[in-house]
Design a protein around this ligand. Structure first.
Ligand SMILES: Cc1cc2nc3c(=O)[nH]c(=O)nc-3n(C[C@H](O)[C@H](O)[C@H](O)COP(=O)(O)OP(=O)(O)OC[C@H]3O[C@@H](n4cnc5c(N)ncnc54)[C@H](O)[C@@H]3O)c2cc1C
Length: 336
């Protein structure tokens, strides 16, 4: 990607280097703006919700429960992910169910599009480790997934390569900064957006060489969409609960459900080593929809809820289109 000439008269400060801020910084830097990205935490990014995420880029599966706007932003974002990080795995995703969740499985199939139904042999062909485990599956071929703890540093590197500056351990607010300011502080923005709330998502990281998966596998579950996501180095992320609380502990009940789900996907997960329990708070507005607030030269990008990785690139494109061309997206933007 060619880097455009910097526009010294248009400094852009972005606050928060999670997935929302990272994409804003990258697209603004590539467009030639003098970008500085401020992050309160250090490079490990453990304070960011993004650190704990599954990283599924799954607009079709999410359509079962999410509003159409999420699909629109998600589909657009898939194109941006492919363009900017072409090594992003787009191996699709799978949905499976045990017999007692059959009705939910059929409902999921009716509520979603762009999937193929696989029989047991088709599933085994795609994921040999799952041979004999399920009668059938839904395969969503166009979906992708990223590993948040690897992709955030990669995005940060790309921002620097595009001419942007990143300041870690830089705790700032919009009032400290001149020029265009884009506030992507997630739950940290509650001082100015008190309607934000955190929705807890618990996850577990396990390690085993006995199971190989090339794509996320969702398992129908009466309470949550549970999933197993393959990571590098024989790691698997099990996620995620969705609980209306801002306590960040992992409960025994959630751990049992997540580990139990993995065990029923493949009994070899029973022998896996537990590497980590963790949780993140998804920043959400009361309607669970994302919002770009416009206050003159100050913007807020927040409420990415359970879709931050899925929709952040499209939100960055929208902010940039407004700054450069005054283009307004009425579904997402609010002039305040
Ligand atoms: C368990 C779990 C699984 C998930 N799975 C998925 C998934 O598969 N796909 C998907 O799309 N989404 C998923 N999500 C949702 C996704 O993680 C969130 O939507 C996303 O991380 C929100 O990103 P953000 O950048 O808005 O906030 P954050 O990631 O929280 O980033 C905000 C950053 O701002 C910084 N900050 C705060 N205040 C200041 C300040 N004053 N100065 C400087 N910096 C500041 C913080 O330190 C933080 O790094 C999941 C979430 C959880 C918890």
């Amino acid at each position: 990607m060619l880097q455009k000439t910097k526009r010294p008269d248009s400094p852009v400060s972005i606050i928060g280097a999670g997935i929302a801020g990272a994409w804003q910084a990258l697209l603004f830097a590539q467009a030639g703006h003098a970008v500085t990205l401020h992050e309160r935490g250090d490079e490990a990014m453990t304070d960011a919700t993004s650190h704990w995420a599954g990283g599924m880029l799954a607009p079709y599966c999410e359509a079962e429960v999410a509003e159409p706007i999420i699909s629109r932003l998600g589909l657009r974002s898939l194109e941006v992910w492919r363009r900017e990080l072409p090594d992003t795995p787009f191996n699709g995703s799978l949905v499976v169910a045990h017999p007692r969740e059959r009705n939910d499985f059929e409902r999921f199939a009716r509520m979603t599009e762009d999937h193929r139904r696989l029989d047991a042999a088709g599933l085994a062909e795609l994921e040999p480790s799952l041979e004999g485990r399920f009668r059938d599956a839904l395969f969503f071929p166009a979906e992708g997934h990223v590993e948040p703890r690897r992709v955030l540093p990669k995005l940060h590197e790309r921002i620097r390569a595009a001419g942007g500056t990143i300041k870690f351990c830089s705790d700032v607010t919009a009032n400290d900064l001149d020029g265009i300011v884009i506030d992507c502080r997630g739950l940290g923005a509650r001082d100015e957006q008190p309607e934000l709330r955190g929705v807890k998502g618990e996850m577990i990281l396990i390690e085993t060489a006995e199971v190989q998966l090339a794509r996320p596998v969702r398992l129908m579950h009466p309470r949550w969409p549970l999933y197993v996501i393959p990571r590098e180095d024989n790691l698997f992320m099990l996620g995620a609960t969705s609980i209306e609380t801002e306590d960040t502990g992992v409960s025994v009940r959630s751990a049992l459900e997540l580990l139990g789900a993995a065990y029923t996907v493949h009994p070899a997960f029973g022998e896996a080593r537990i590497v980590e329990f963790g949780s993140g708070l998804r920043p959400a507005f009361p309607d669970n929809l994302p919002r770009i607030g416009i206050h003159g030269r100050k913007f807020t990008v927040n409420g990415l809820y359970r879709h931050g990785f899925l929709i952040a690139p499209a939100l960055a494109e929208l902010t940039l289109a407004y700054v450069e061309r005054g283009q307004i997206d009425n579904e997402v933007m609010q002039c305040l």
